[in-house]
Design a protein around this ligand. Structure first.
Ligand SMILES: Nc1ncnc2c1ncn2[C@@H]1O[C@H](COP(=O)(O)OP(=O)(O)O)[C@@H](O)[C@H]1O
Ligand SMILES: CCCC(=O)OP(=O)(O)O
Length: 397
């Protein structure tokens, strides 16, 4: 049996789950009110705060660190890589500490290493306490000694991983073009969940993910719509940087000249302009809430502004799905809707009405990220595949 701790740091929460093999034995969501996180300048500065909350949650749930075999986190804004499970070694940790942008997922690998190091150093009931492992090398340093009687599979070493980080890049060359040579389109999306639900859908159909063409729309606080051609996401809107549909907390693609005028107006600091795109864009700016449930309740109660904003968001998602269908030359096996908003029947119906002519629409409401993290770690722990190393795989040097 392998025990795996999964960590999913989000912009408003830290989710953790413990799995004994495939069985979930603990799941905790710690919510972070906006004012709590506002005290930290940069995302990386939240690491020890969130680590201590995780340690408290594990202690309260009665899980000893010494029982863990691996810790796996959602991966962040590192340079582009292929999909898969990555060992958080010194190279990857350094990259996560100097990310290409700000996003809560930058903390996933950092927290995984810190928790793995803490687990490694935790007292064992039946054996000596191992030498503490340096945080920066927690996952990559070889086991302290053969004496360690931990339940870890690797002579006591607790490994740290990330799986399918948000920068998974499987773009075809044409997808990288913008109309300006200094601006390249980048693959930044809900790779972990999109890949997981795509595999899920393929398995439900009795098919292999690698044999299908799917369009997957993750409908969460941010929205990404990916064109999956035979197991590779060959194009997707950048869910973070002002591209694609607007979303509950993101502005999506904005008319460029108008955006430039706003940025140059002097009304906003650089940090504020960033938040207009991600955090306070989309429904948050149009309706004053990023909670689609509240928006839907207002629309149902007759608030015309809320109804139009939701309809416009569904319209933009449908347009993006149409674009993805063109990328796949119309050869689409299914359109898969996932994320929190896939629970919203009216929203799903509005999208479906526009795109069902392309292919069947299936929904996987919520997200499958924790099992996807678990499976990525288990594949390595079971020797089904080796962990990838960031230095070997990074696509842009
Ligand atoms: N049951 C639901 N019905 C309608 N909207 C929902 C539901 N659950 C979550 N949402 C909306 O989905 C969005 C968040 O999506 P979610 O996938 O949960 O989060 P994130 O992408 O931020 O991890 C929010 O706008 C939230 O209000
Ligand atoms: C960074 C791209 C993925 C993303 O937007 O994730 P969240 O919706 O969880 O912020």
């Amino acid at each position: 049996m392998s025990r795996v701790l999964c960590i999913n740091p989000g912009s408003t929460s830290t989710k953790i789950a413990v799995f004994d093999d495939e069985a979930e034995v603990c799941a905790v969501t710690v919510r972070h009110p906006a004012e709590e996180l506002a005290a930290f300048g940069r995302v990386a500065q939240q690491a020890s705060f969130r680590r201590d909350l995780i340690l408290d949650a594990l202690a309260q749930a009665g899980f000893g660190l010494d029982t863990l075999d691996a810790v796996v986190g959602r991966g962040g804004l590192i340079r582009p890589v292929a999909g898969g499970t990555y060992l958080v070694d010194a190279d990857l940790l350094d990259e996560l500490r100097h990310p290409t942008g700000e996003h809560a997922s930058n903390l996933g690998g950092i927290l995984a290493v810190e928790l793995a190091a803490a687990a490694h150093a935790a007292p064992r009931p039946n054996g000596p306490v191992p030498e503490p492992v340096e945080g920066a090398h927690g996952a990559s340093t070889s086991s302290a000694s053969g004496e360690i009687t931990s339940t870890g599979r690797d002579g006591g070493q607790v490994q740290a991983f990330i799986v399918d980080p948000v920068v998974v890049d499987e773009f075809e060359p044409l997808a990288r073009y913008s109309g300006h040579p200094e601006i390249e389109r980048r693959s930044i999306f809900h790779a972990l969940n999109q890949k997981a639900v795509a595999r899920h859908d393929a398995s439900d159909k009795g098919r292999r993910y690698e044999d299908l063409n799917l369009i997957v729309a993750h409908l969460g606080g941010g929205i990404s719509v990916g064109a999956h051609r035979r197991g590779r996401v060959i194009d997707v809107n950048n869910a973070l940087d002002g591209d694609g549909p607007f979303a509950p907390e993101r502005a999506g693609g904005l008319p460029t000249a108008s955006w430039a005028k706003l940025v140059l107006s002097g009304r906003y600091t650089p940090a504020e302009t960033r938040r207009l795109l991600a955090g306070r864009g989309g429904l948050a700016s149009l309706l004053g809430t990023s909670d689609a449930r509240e928006a839907e309740a207002r629309a149902t109660a007759g608030d015309e502004q809320a109804r139009l904003a939701l309809d416009a968001m569904a319209y933009q998602v449908a347009k993006e799905i149409g674009s993805a269908a063109a990328v796949l030359a119309g050869d689409v096996d299914a359109i898969v809707l996932t994320g929190g908003l896939a629970h919203d029947h009216a929203f799903v119906a509005a999208i479906t009405a526009c795109v069902s002519f392309i292919a069947d629409v299936v929904t996987y409401p919520g997200e499958d990220e924790m099992p996807a993290l678990r499976d990525g770690a288990l594949r390595v722990l079971r020797g089904i595949e080796p962990a990838k190393l960031f230095a070997d795989e990074v696509l842009l040097r």
